[in-house]
Design a protein around this ligand. Structure first.
Ligand code: ADP
Length: 163
């Protein structure tokens, strides 16, 4: 089990308590966790890549007491980046049935591209399972309280974006 590197990719626009819960769970399965923030120009993110990386960096400090954690921006074919990082598993979070179809296909295709890299699905604690970045942004945009969905730091950033 030594030197097990896990790779958790996402857009994190913005990072939510759901993402954080998945990171916590992933950190128990590996010796090194790479959190890869997708540039994802197609998705037209609200937060810049730098801001998204900063939001993740802000919460990973406690994990660094136990394991090595790297937060990296990434672009291009996921499997190439995973290989370059020397990771043996891709971590994805599963929420409802709606996530399943897409994740099932991605895991299957990535397995064909490199069968040595395993996709591992984790479920967040039930209280975080319904949180989605898209809805958090919508609530914040309409002036709602997002404090139960994101960290105080992210809530402040959302307020600033929509003020
Ligand atoms: P992507 O563009 O890769 O879907 P996201 O930032 O939306 O990026 O999500 C990254 C990963 O985190 C995905 O595997 C997603 O299913 C998972 N995830 C997001 N929110 C939650 C949540 N509330 N509970 C569990 N997993 C989640």
């Amino acid at each position: 089990m030594s030197n097990r590197v896990a790779f958790y990719p996402g857009t994190f626009d913005p990072m939510t308590l759901g993402h954080l819960d998945i990171m916590k769970r992933a950190s128990r399965l590996c010796d090194k966790l790479i959190i890869a923030v997708a540039i994802n120009r197609d998705k037209n993110p609200l937060f810049s890549l730098e801001e998204r990386v900063e939001m993740v960096e802000h919460v990973v400090k406690p994990f660094r007491k136990r394991i090595d954690v790297e937060v990296l921006p990434f672009e291009g074919l996921l499997i190439h980046f995973v290989e370059k990082c020397g990771a043996s598993m891709i971590v994805r979070g599963l929420r409802a049935v709606s996530d399943f179809e897409y994740e099932f296909q991605m895991a299957g295709m990535n397995d064909r591209l490199n069968p040595d890299i395993e996709t591992v699905f984790l479920m967040a604690d039930p209280q975080y399972q319904t949180i989605a970045s898209r809805l958090v942004k919508e609530i914040a945009r309409l002036g709602g309280d997002v404090s139960q969905f994101v960290t105080p730091e992210v809530a402040t950033r959302l307020k600033e974006k929509y003020s």
